[in-house]
Ligand binder design. Sequence first.
Ligand code: HAM
Length: 420
Amino acid sequence: MAESLLSTIPGTRDLLPDELDRWHLVEDRTRDIFARYGFQEIRTPIIEATELFARGIGDDTDIVGKEMYTFRDQSGKSITLRPEATASVVRAYLQHSMHREAGATRLYYVGPMFRHEKKQKGRWRQFFQVGAEILGSDHPAIEAETVEMVLALIGSLGIQSRLQINSVGCPNCRPAYLERLRAELRGDPAAFCEDCRRRTETNPLRVLDCKVEACQPRINRLPMMIDHLCSDCAGHFQRFKSYLSGADIPFEVVPRLVRGLDYYVRTAFEIVSGDLGAQNALAGGGRYDGLAEVLGGPPTHGFGFALGLDRLIMLLPASLGDESIAKPDLFLAHIGEEALRKAIELARQLRRKGLRCCLEFEGGSLKRQMRMANRINARHTLIIGGEELAKGLYKVRRMSSSEQREISPDHLADYLLGRE
Ligand code: HAM
């Protein structure tokens, strides 16, 4: 039987008006804070050539191997719904020759990403990220400043989180380390699960991220990249840590922290929250100096992160944002045709002055209309009946206190705007 047409595809959901008030609050806060750090918004397409992600993220990753929504379009071209936006931003940066401009380019994005992952709390197949990318700088201070910016955003929303950092080395020091790691893994296959044994050959760094209980004791004894960095990587990591300390940002070095995308070199980080359960990463990112070249561009330094908005919003304190939620300023209740016409005219005048006004054209009893005013959380209700029309004064009720006043049309806007 066909799946019901009246339900969303598993792993996707509708965001309803009541929830979106909180999303708007977070998005507004993001734009405000990111602008303070000099970031400008970029919007790239949701569909891109499959090859962009396959090459950018890496063929051996879970994302490219199992999770992408890929299809052929009418012309036979392989298209993918973006599973992340870093590869897209780097493509746009190169396509529009931003690399020819002086200095670092700071870009941010907000939007949906798509991954066909196993369903779990905090994990969606369409989810939203805000992310930021800095192209054209390899300074560790820019990394610390960017981490400071994400933490400022998360902290400003009243959410507790922890910063975890690591260095995943570079093309100078990583190959030798990977050989060492492989040798250990091959030497003790019985200690590892099937996935780890496969990854030994394809992507051994990912073994460090295995969650299977039985593998943990042996994984903890494996050599770690952080102990095998070349002197340049070690120096870079040292400076990154000192800039974090200079900004009073606490951090934990987690040698097992490897990211699920292949483009990282040197600095990698995650911001986690204990309140999220198994999917505890709120944000993740790092340096990706080789990515532009992999995509066919010139050597370009890159650093960035993405923050999961669905997870962030799950953690928002319930009280947050109530005062900034876009409630209507006024609901206009009316009794009779003449009152309806007056209400329509008043609403039009007040909207021109910037007030949010609502009325129900069907009208009905006053009781029914008051129920409607409550349902939409109007701050005030105005009542127009025969008596009010005759006097030219309207009863206005402040819904929070039930205080009621008679107000002339000339003073209405000032009263609603709190100026009287
Ligand atoms: P990522 O670690 O794959 O990194 O994703 C970043 C964040 O997106 C995660 O920490 C999580 O909060 C959220 N997220 C990921 N998958 C899901 C999902 N299925 N459901 C809900 N939330 C999810 C990246 O995407 C990189 N592009 C980050 C980056 C930018 N690195 C450098 N620049």
